[in-house]
Structure formats: structure tokens, C-alpha cells
Design a protein around this ligand. Structure first.
Ligand code: ATP
Length: 147
């Protein structure tokens, strides 16, 4: 059970292949669902949604906004907690921009070069993920969930 709770918050758990990377109360979250960004507040009806590549935002009870680069996965809004299960997720502060830009360069070379045996779909996914990591890392700190 999360340690902190207030009247408007609800428990959020984020799990990536690296394990549980977040478990705390949130006042609201925004996730990149496949059909557009989706916001969740306390009391949201239970649902499951598929996630795309994008930025996830968490408003904390002490009015901070946490930002993560996420790629794929699911979010399950339950009555007791909201679980976000990501194919990958990194907090903005942990993103290695140089690594992401190298990954972008590799993906672009694969997509535009004349290399044989290229898995185009894989290169497209790598490009989308790396560009998203760069965008999330370089975005200025947010004061609001929607700007
Ligand atoms: P790369 O080609 O640079 O390895 P990738 O998209 O193939 O990138 P993933 O398979 O999505 O990498 O992730 C492997 C692990 O590395 C995960 O733990 C992921 O969070 C982490 N990771 C990947 N890229 C970055 C980055 N730019 N900054 C911080 N962590 C990263």
C-alpha cells in the first residue's frame, strides 16, 4: 500500500522490463494511448487501454509533474490502483540523450540506406522510440499536465 494518500489521489504502479519503477499516489496521470493521450483521475471507471510510444505525465500530491518516455504496453485502471505495464519506460532525468540520438541515427541509416536484410518495421519502431526519448529529455520542465 502506498504510504502517502490524500482525498484526490489514487495509487499508480508503473512496471517496465526493469521491474517496478514507480509506486506512489498520483492526483492525475496522462498516458499515450494508441488512440490519443488519455487522462486518468481518481474514480475513473475501470478500463484497459493499449499504449503507444509517447510521454507519460504524473501529477503528484505535492504538485510536481513527473515525465517519462514510454513505448508500448498496457494501462489497467482498477478500482484499487492503476497499473501501467510498459515495454520500456524511463524517467526524463534518466534518459541518455546521446544514446537516443545514436539509436536515431542507426535507425535512419537502416531506413534510408541500401543495406540488405533490413527489418523495416523494427527500424521504424527504433526511430519512433529514440525520437520520443530525445523529445521527452529535452522538453522543459512542465508546470501543467496539458500546455
Ligand atoms: P538502444 O538501441 O540504445 O539500446 P533500444 O530502443 O533498443 O535503444 P530498449 O530495448 O527499448 O532500447 O531498452 C533497453 C534498456 O535500455 C531499457 O532498460 C531502456 O529503459 C534502456 N534505454 C534505452 N535507451 C535509453 C536511453 N536513451 N536512455 C536511458 N535508458 C535507455
Amino acid at each position: 500500500m502506498p504510504e502517502r494518500e490524500n482525498g484526490h489521489s489514487f495509487p499508480v504502479v508503473i512496471i517496465s522490463p526493469d521491474g517496478e519503477i514507480f509506486r506512489d499516489e498520483a492526483v492525475s496521470i496522462v498516458v499515450p494511448a494508441v488512440d490519443g493521450y488519455l487522462g486518468v483521475l481518481k474514480g475513473h471507471v475501470p478500463m484497459i487501454t493499449v499504449l503507444d510510444v509517447g510521454e507519460m505525465l504524473i501529477r503528484t500530491p505535492d504538485e510536481h509533474i513527473l515525465s517519462l518516455a514510454v513505448a508500448g504496453g498496457f494501462m489497467e485502471v482498477r478500482r484499487d490502483e492503476t497499473v501501467v505495464l510498459c515495454d520500456h519506460a524511463e524517467f526524463r532525468e534518466d534518459i541518455d540523450v546521446i544514446r537516443a540520438s545514436k539509436a536515431e541515427e542507426r535507425a535512419r541509416e537502416r531506413l534510408t540506406g541500401r543495406m540488405q536484410d533490413i527489418n523495416v518495421e523494427r527500424a521504424q519502431v527504433a526511430l519512433k522510440k529514440s525520437v520520443n526519448r530525445e523529445k521527452v529529455a529535452q522538453r522543459k520542465e512542465r508546470k501543467k499536465l496539458i500546455e
